[in-house]
Design a protein around this ligand. Structure first.
Ligand code: MEV
Length: 327
């Protein structure tokens, strides 16, 4: 018996960092996925192999350790470890015959594109199926968020919600509620990503530190980010392309002021605008990672220019969330 599960990555359109302080955010699931295959093992160990990451190792659930030689790339295995542990503790079932796990990624890791959430959601869904247990999407998203918190210390529920449900969401600050935005138009986006990985937990700490040192300056910035997200929600509903682009550019300026921009990200952001993007900004935590460029009618030009500088690819909103099946 083999179980396969897939979950999409995401991009944040508006609200990264400010969402950590109770402000709203808008994000979409993208048509790049993580795929997890699990099957019963040949010994009692939980083996994990990822061809793209060139990572092979095994996990020990008892003492919660990841055993892998490629320490640089093995961080993502912690999400698999904690997910399996959660299922084991929650269901009372054990992986006594071990497991063979294959992890395939269409998303670069540490690029602000939600790879860890997608890995977590897909692992949880596959493990529930392995034990023939039903799980609804609400519970899946909630457990995945708990795993992200355990591994990272801090995380908003955005990434795990999108990997679970797909589509586009507005995260409401007052209630913590995740509202599905039913967008009936395609938003042409190009991702530019650097090879420098982004350390979300560290960047959240840096911003928090700055907020503590300059509250009277940083708090109004977060208020402005909130207004941007509220206006962007309206612009998305009204298909107001120019306003959407302009709001992205303003949002980027504020993220720069928080200190999460880098020279490479900045270069890509201005290159995208010069090549015809209506808007471009950091997406995710910054400090490396990725930018998004909103470029109706100019995807090819923007893609070409960004590729000459770093890595780039076009994305589309994925309406599909996590999918799991038994083969
Ligand atoms: C990271 O992709 C976005 C942050 O806002 C953190 C989070 O929302 O969990 C920086």
């Amino acid at each position: 018996m083999k179980i396969t599960a897939s979950a999409p990555g995401k991009v944040i359109l508006f609200g990264e960092h400010s969402v950590v302080y109770g402000k709203p955010a808008i994000a979409v699931a993208v048509n790049r996925h993580v795929h997890i295959t699990i099957q019963e093992g040949s010994d009692t160990l939980i083996h994990v192999h990822s061809p793209e990451l060139e990572v092979s190792g095994y996990l020990e659930l008892e003492d919660e350790t990841v055993n892998c030689e490629n320490k640089l790339k093995s961080g993502i295995l912690n999400y698999i470890l904690k997910s399996l542990k959660k299922i084991q503790d929650g269901t009372g079932s054990t992986f006594k015959k071990g497991l063979e796990i294959t992890l395939e990624l269409e998303i670069p890791i540490g690029a602000g594109l939600g790879s860890s959430a997608a890995v977590t959601v897909a692992t949880l869904a596959a493990a529930f199926k392995y034990f023939n247990q039903e799980v609804d999407r609400k519970k899946l998203a909630q457990l995945a968020h708990e795993v992200e918190l355990e591994v990272q210390g801090a995380a908003s529920p955005i990434d795990t919600a999108l990997s679970t449900y797909g589509g586009a969401i507005y995260l409401s600050p007052e209630t913590g509620e995740i509202i599905n935005l039913s967008l009936d138009w395609n938003i042409p986006l190009v991702i530019g990503h650097t090879l420098r990985e982004s350390n979300t937990a560290q960047l959240i700490k840096t911003v928090r530190n700055k907020k503590e040192r300059y509250p009277s300056i940083l708090n109004p910035l977060f208020e402005s980010m909130e207004q941007i997200t509220l206006e962007a929600r309206e612009a998305l509903t009204r298909k107001d392309e120019n306003r959407l682009g302009e709001l992205m550019n303003i949002n980027h300026g504020l993220l720069d002021a928080l200190g999460v921009n880098t020279p490479v990200l900045s270069k890509m952001i201005y290159l995208a605008r010069e090549s015809g993007a209506k808007g471009s900004k950091i997406t995710g935590a910054g400090g490396g990672g990725s930018i998004i460029a909103y470029c109706p009618g100019k995807e090819e030009e923007v893609l070409k220019q960004l590729k000459m500088e770093e890595n780039a690819f076009p994305i589309q909103i994925s309406q599909n969330g996590c999918q799991v099946k038994k083969i």
